[in-house]
Design a protein. Structure first.
Length: 119
């Protein structure tokens, strides 16, 4: 099993910053891409940012220039630095990880962390 533990969500005023963290643990042979998704009430879950184990990154257009995704050297923790936050960024943020476990590549999800941006 793979566990993803998220932290760092909360309430912030527009223009402020937050950093989300997600640590993966368990019997993991190799972790591939790690990323963050978000889901606002009544909307679908969308990709915010992703980073491969080679360090390549991908961002949603709505967060480019404001959010930065990174990983630790061990490759099992992913961070999302969020700057210049807007009320539209309010959502539950989910960490997601592709990992090889038992010879199979699977996608694992964290429990989600609430980010609320007040105007």
């Amino acid at each position: 099993q793979v566990q993803l533990v998220e932290s760092g969500g909360g309430l912030v005023q527009a223009g402020g910053s937050l950093t989300l963290s997600c640590a993966a643990s368990g019997i993991i042979f190799s972790i591939k891409t790690m990323g963050w998704y978000r889901q606002a009430p009544g909307k679908q879950r969308d990709l915010v940012a992703a980073i491969t184990n080679g360090g390549s990154t991908n961002y949603a257009d709505s967060v480019k220039g404001r959010f930065t995704i990174s990983r630790n050297n061990a490759g099992n923790t992913v961070y999302l630095q969020m700057n210049s936050l807007k009320p539209d960024d309010t959502a539950v943020y989910y960490c997601a990880t592709e990992a090889v476990v038992g010879g199979m590549l699977n996608l694992y999800w964290g429990q989600g962390t609430q980010v609320t941006v007040s105007s």
